[in-house]
Write a protein that binds this ligand. Structure first.
Ligand SMILES: *Cc1c(COP(=O)(O)O)cnc(C)c1O
Length: 389
């Protein structure tokens, strides 16, 4: 990712905006980092209009302002987790509403729609949005909402966001894009026409695997009101301390991501050369099915690499367990590398038939590439793969 040239009288560059957050809500202390405001309540009539932390807190406001600045949009609302942000958006739906969803959405989004919202009469239809017929379905069905994610988990399918947003915007259908895997640094859903850009800040934004959070970014005043309403009325707010941690984490987001992306691109190429590997999936590799779209839509290929081994489920699992620098764990986006075996972890509850349809085989592994030295990561995986053979 190229460094931007600073220009006078212009908006500061991304690195600067990630670091300088403005308001600390403690101006007479000279504090460089904002304090943590654990107070549950605030004296009535204070100049900033705080009343009770469920409906707003200085630490929420600082994080919301930096997230909106990084996303280059008007509004941001923070939540207690990515799933809380998803719940906030979903809570605006009514009984009878139809949501057209990408079929490869994050598992907890699927569970929320199928096991919770279905009880309240919200209907869903699952489509492969890389298939042109999905655009026609969208134009024909008049859904209340379209829910997308790109790149998807764990197969890193890349969806043409602009194309789908164009069709949806024509019919005034709101589009939600879960942008967790790319972040606003690599992909800007709102600029491509989305109504809401959703992020689990637990992942890259915080980057240190020590807090949970979620956020919705938007340019719509109407949606901003709905999100602030959901934050307080559904109790989806984060904790001030978690906001403080995520605010600290975001300062190094551009630096971390640059290293992670460089590591991931080189790691993917190295993996593809190993005889024990059946195939590798990475958005910026020319063998990716949506390579040209990824190049157009994203500033870099991200830091998730997926591969399938020429091995058995048991051997794949043992190989993952045996890695030295990759902890076998769910989640992603931290400075520390992680490895996940979807068949026995994130997608264990998905039926084998559905897994097969989604292309998640028993020997599939997903790497979340961290900031370690590339040579150590490559050495680690090569040693383990050599032992497999
Ligand atoms: C992790 C994740 C979420 C959920 O976020 P939490 O903070 O774990 O609640 C949503 N979408 C995607 C793509 C994720 O990776």
């Amino acid at each position: 990712m190229a460094l931007e040239k600073p220009k006078r009288h212009q908006v500061p560059g991304l690195n600067t905006r990630a670091i300088h957050h403005g308001e600390s809500f403690a101006p007479d202390t000279g504090t460089v980092m904002p304090p943590i405001f654990p107070s549950s309540t605030f004296s009535h009539g204070n100049p900033n209009g705080f009343d009770y932390t469920r409906s707003g807190n200085p630490n929420f406001r600082i994080l919301e302002s930096v997230l909106a600045s990084v996303e280059e949009c008007q509004y941001s609302t923070v939540f207690g987790s990515g799933v809380s942000a998803i719940t906030a958006v979903a809570s605006t739906l009514r009984a009878g509403d139809l949501v057209l969803c990408e079929e490869n959405l994050y598992g907890c989004t699927v569970r929320l729609f199928e096991q919770v919202l279905a009880k309240f009469g919200v209907r869903t239809e699952w489509l492969d949005f890389t298939d042109q017929s999905a655009h026609k379905t969208l134009a024909d069905r008049q859904p209340a909402m379209v829910w997308l994610e790109s790149p998807t988990n764990p197969l890193l399918k890349v969806i043409d966001l602009q194309k789908i947003c164009d069709v949806a915007n024509d019919k005034r259908i709101p589009v939600v894009v879960d942008n967790t895997f790319a972040t606003a640094l690599l992909q800007r859903p709102l600029k491509l026409g989305a109504t809401l850009s959703l992020t689990s800040t637990t992942k890259y934004i915080n980057g240190h695997s020590d807090a949970l959070g979620g956020a919705i970014c938007t340019d719509s005043t109407e949606w901003e009101k709905r999100m602030k309403f959901a934050q307080k009325s559904l109790g989806l707010h984060p904790s001030p301390f978690d906001c403080w941690l995520i605010t600290r984490g975001i300062k190094t987001l551009p630096l971390r991501l640059e290293r992670q992306v460089d590591n991931a691109a080189a790691f993917a190429d190295n993996l593809a050369k190993h005889p024990a590997v059946a195939w590798v999936r990475y958005p910026f590799r020319s063998d990716h099915p949506q390579y040209h779209l990824a190049k157009k839509q994203m500033r870099a290929g991200g830091a998730i690499v997926t591969a399938s081994l020429k091995s058995s489920q048991q051997e794949t699992y043992s190989m993952c367990k045996g890695l030295r620098y990759f902890t076998m764990a769910e989640s992603l986006g931290g400075v520390e590398s992680l490895v996940c075996h979807p068949a026995t972890m994130t997608h264990a509850s998905v039926s084998p038939a559905v897994r097969a349809r989604l292309g998640i085989d028993d020997c599939l592994i997903r790497f979340s590439i961290g900031c370690e030295n590339l040579s150590d990561l490559i050495g680690d995986i090569d040693t383990a793969l050599n032992q497999l053979q």
